[in-house]
Each structure stands twice: as structure tokens, then as C-alpha cells.
Design a protein around this ligand. Structure first.
Ligand code: SAH
Ligand code: SF4
Ligand code: F3S
Length: 460
């Protein structure tokens, strides 16, 4: 047992790795800690309690966590160190062997145990582990300390019931469990009261949502109802699984202007035989049918995707099919990764592709997609788009905005700058004047009525 010095015991620092689900879990953990009387500080050095919310999707992500743990080791005297998230769930108590200064671990599928773990840690206990895979609980807390003031995440489904042969998520996040529609609607309405206007629904397979309550709402119904809340102007959702992407989702987007014109639809590979080896449950043709359905929507819905190159057995011809798919779909953006063998997964036992081949394919794929984005973004020059203003780029003197199609559009407001008006959180019309592969540049066409109504704050 190691008593925590009083002066630092009620301060915490949390660092987050990985996907949006982890970002949002950290927001919930912060809410939980603040409720227990902790206050957040800006660095690990100042904190009594240091937490890492970890990701184990690829080997590199996991290595980063252990590198961070060895850095904190030298400075951990008098501190309590906790490992949360997917590495905690996946590696479990083994973390105590590799990093003996860690006091507790709590996995992503075990957050309901966190208050009990904190009780024990606060009592001076160390090597406390919460690693049960909670099969029917979701991580809901009364207080969430959100990172941003205008746009908010809501988890609607946790875990994953798919069994992609490369993926650790079913092990790290447990089986799929959906929240009741009433609970989701309560949170959405509360966010609206707090002034949030954009909501992103989260889940590893968000569109596999299945309301466990007698109301029995479909995912499309849930989208529709949230989009109908009067002060919610934008609803996004991520990540969608192609096999569960039903036509009623597109119909809901068609009907409801608040549902954004953007769908993240990971394909992973353009080759049916690789998809089969990945156990993705769809073929290239199935995927392309889904894309065609989305592209036939009344408004133009932009697509983004995730791709893995160098999956075991991927031949040059398989890879060429993935490149061909990029040309056919013309995604607005692509997240691409070299396949990384993960402990306990089926694909880790398959014959592996050399690193050099994976590296070359990744570069080739990214180059091809870059050309597509340069061309497609250039087509937007001259158009006026509505953006939600998310921040200010001081160095460039530009506001950072995001379009409904999830493109970043940065723009100057010379006139407003003279008056010091702050556009963050408002919706503006911006005219696109230049385009790069990853973002657009524009100029303010008109700030929204809402911005004027709000009474604009003065820039810091
Ligand atoms: N649930 C989502 C994605 C979860 S992980 C889905 O099904 O699409 C995010 C992305 O990481 C995946 O889409 C995949 O492209 C990538 N990924 C997952 N496991 C990986 C591995 N072992 N090696 C490389 N990339 C991986
Ligand atoms: Fe992983 Fe597949 Fe589940 Fe996505 S659907 S989280 S890739 S197992
Ligand atoms: Fe990583 Fe866990 Fe998300 S493994 S990608 S943080 S679900």
C-alpha cells in the first residue's frame, strides 16, 4: 500500500489514444472524476492521478502506450498511474509485469467497475484490475466533461459482434450492446439544452444499432428523431458497417436536412477474396451496391473509408483491385493502414506479407487517393458552403469550419477581425477560393443569423 499525498491526490491528468470512442470515454471518465472531487490539470507532472486511455488497434499504437508508461516511470513517485481502454482490456494484468509502477488497469469493456476501482485506489491499494467483459451494461455516467462546446458525441452502441479476422476490437470492447432509444434521446435533448447544435452518434458498427427497449426503434428512426430536435442542426454517425447499411438510412437522410451529407463506410479492401479472408461479410459487389444506393440519394452524400493494405495473402492483383475501387468510388477521404498482426486474432496465424511490400502499397494507395482529392476538391472552388466554425488558426488568421460533407473549410473574416467578432460555434456561409488535398480555403460570405443574434464575443 502506498498513501497518496493529500496535496496532489485530487488532481488528475488524462491522455487519450485511439478512436473517437476512446475520446468520448475519456470525456466520461473526466466527468466521473470531477464528480468525485478531482480537478483536471494540464500535465502529468502536476497531477496526483495520471491516466492513459489506450488503443491497441495496431502494434504501433500499443507500443506508444508502453513508451509513455516508461517515460512516466521516472516521474511517478507519489503519483497514482492508471491504464484504461483497449490495451488494458487486451493485455490485462500483464501490464503490471511490464510496467510495475502502474497502480490499476480498467478495460474499455469494464468501465462500470471504475468507481469501485477508484475506491480501492483511493484507499491506497495498488495493482487493482477491472477486466470483466461486461456483457449487458453500457458506460453511462451522469456527468460528461466534453472537450468541445458546440459538437458532442453520444455513444449509442458499444462493443462489436462482427469477427473480422485482423481486429482486436471484439476482445477489447466486448460484445455488442445498444442503449435504449429513450436513454439516447434524453442525452440528445440534454445536449440541445446545453447549446450543442451538432451531435455525432458513435459505435464501432453504429448502424447495427438495435433498440433493446419495447419501443424497438431502428437506427434510421433514431437518426430521424434526433435530427428533428429543433435546435440540433447537424447529426453525424460513425462507423457504419457496409453489411448493415440499409436503404432506410438513406431515406432518413433524404427526408431530414439535419442529417449530414457524409457517411464513413470502411471497405478495407477492393478484392472479394481478401474481404472473405478478412471475414468482412460482404463482397466487392455488395459494397459497390451499397455505394450506389448512397450515391442515389437526393443530396450528394460524400463517402470516406478505411483501407488495410498488406493483409495476409493479398496479391498484387488484389491490391490493384483496391486501387481501382478508389477510382470508382471517389472518396472524399481515406484512412489507410498497413496490416498489423494482433495477438489472439485469426489473421495473425496466416502467412504474412513482407513489411517492404506493405510499405510500398501504402504509399501507392495514398498517392492515388491524394490525386483524387486534389481533383475533387478543386471542383468545389467558387461554391458557397455552410460551415460550423470549430476554431481559430491564429497563425493563418483563419477560422476553421467544417461542411456538412465533413470537409474542412478554413476562411478569413477581415471585416469581422476589425471588430473582434468570434464566430466559433456559429454556422456561416463561406465561399471556396482555393483547394488542397485535405482542406479547402475560402472567404466569409455571410455569418449566420444565429451568430448575429447571439451577440458575438470578442476574440482572445
Ligand atoms: N469498426 C470499424 C473500424 C474499427 S478500427 C469497422 O468495422 O470498420 C478502425 C480501422 O482500423 C479499421 O477500419 C481498419 O481499417 C483498421 N484496422 C483494424 N485492425 C487493424 C489491423 N490489425 N491492422 C491494420 N489496420 C487495422
Ligand atoms: Fe473490428 Fe470488424 Fe468489429 Fe470493425 S466490424 S470493430 S473491424 S471486428
Ligand atoms: Fe483503438 Fe480501441 Fe478504438 S483499439 S481504435 S481505441 S476501439
Amino acid at each position: 500500500m502506498r498513501p497518496i499525498p493529500e496535496s496532489v491526490s485530487k488532481t488528475f491528468y488524462i491522455e487519450t489514444f485511439g478512436c473517437q470512442m476512446n475520446v468520448h470515454d475519456s470525456e466520461k471518465v473526466r466527468g466521473l472524476l470531477e464528480q468525485r472531487g478531482y480537478s483536471r490539470v494540464k500535465s502529468a507532472d502536476e497531477a496526483g492521478l495520471v491516466l492513459y486511455n489506450t488503443c491497441s488497434i495496431r502494434d504501433k499504437a500499443e507500443r506508444k502506450v508502453f513508451a509513455r508508461l516508461s517515460q512516466i516511470k521516472r516521474r511517478s513517485a507519489g503519483k497514482t498511474v492508471g491504464v484504461l481502454g483497449c490495451v488494458a482490456q487486451h493485455n490485462g494484468a500483464e501490464i503490471f509485469e511490464r510496467a510495475p509502477h502502474v497502480d490499476f488497469v480498467c478495460g474499455s469493456a469494464s468501465y462500470n467497475a471504475l468507481p469501485g476501482i477508484l475506491d480501492r485506489v483511493e484507499a491506497g491499494e495498488s495493482r487493482v484490475a477491472g477486466l470483466e467483459l461486461d456483457t449487458d451494461e453500457t458506460f453511462d455516467v451522469p456527468r460528461v466533461d466534453r472537450v468541445r462546446a458546440y459538437t458532442a458525441y453520444i455513444t449509442i452502441i458499444e462493443g462489436c459482434d462482427k469477427a473480422c479476422t485482423y481486429c482486436v476490437v471484439p476482445f477489447t470492447r466486448g460484445p455488442e450492446r445498444s442503449r435504449s432509444s429513450a436513454s439516447v434521446m434524453r442525452e440528445a435533448a440534454h445536449l440541445q439544452e446545453l447549446g450543442y447544435t451538432e451531435i455525432t452518434l458513435l459505435g464501432q458498427t453504429v448502424n447495427s444499432y438495435s433498440d433493446p427497449s419495447p419501443a424497438g426503434w431502428s437506427f434510421a428512426r433514431l437518426l430521424d428523431e434526433i435530427g428533428r430536435l429543433p435546435r440540433i442542426r447537424r447529426v453525424r454517425f460513425t462507423t457504419s458497417h457496409p453489411s448493415d447499411f440499409t436503404p432506410d438510412i438513406v431515406e432518413a437522410i433524404d427526408r431530414n436536412e439535419s442529417l449530414c451529407d457524409w457517411v464513413h463506410l470502411p471497405v478495407q479492401s477492393g478484392s472479394t477474396s481478401v474481404l472473405r479472408a478478412m471475414r468482412r461479410t460482404y463482397s466487392r459487389d455488395d459494397y459497390m451496391r451499397c455505394v450506389a444506393m448512397i450515391k442515389a440519394a437526393a443530396r450528394r452524400i460524400e463517402l470516406s473509408t478505411d483501407i488495410i493494405v498488406g493483409f495476409p495473402g493479398e496479391t498484387e492483383s488484389d491490391f490493384q483491385q483496391t486501387l481501382g475501387l478508389l477510382d470508382e468510388v471517389e472518396y472524399a477521404s481515406v484512412f489507410s493502414f498497413k496490416y498489423s498482426a494482433r495477438k489472439g486474432t485469426v489473421a495473425a496465424g496466416m502467412p504474412q506479407i513482407p513489411e517492404a511490400v506493405k510499405g510500398r502499397r501504402l504509399i501507392e494507395l495514398q498517392q492515388r487517393q491524394r490525386e483524387i482529392q486534389i481533383r475533387r476538391n478543386a471542383e468545389l472552388i467558387g461554391r458557397t458552403e455552410e460551415v460550423l466554425v470549430e476554431g481559430w488558426r491564429k497563425r493563418f488568421g483563419q477560422w476553421i469550419g467544417r461542411t456538412t460533407q465533413n470537409r474542412v473549410l478554413n476562411f478569413a473574416d477581415p471585416e469581422g477581425l476589425a471588430t473582434g467578432r468570434d464566430l466559433r460555434g456559429t454556422y456561416c456561409q463561406a465561399r471556396v477560393t482555393a483547394a488542397g488535398p485535405n482542406s479547402l480555403v475560402g472567404e466569409l460570405a455571410s455569418p449566420s443569423a444565429r451568430a448575429a443574434f447571439q451577440g458575438l464575443r470578442v476574440l482572445q
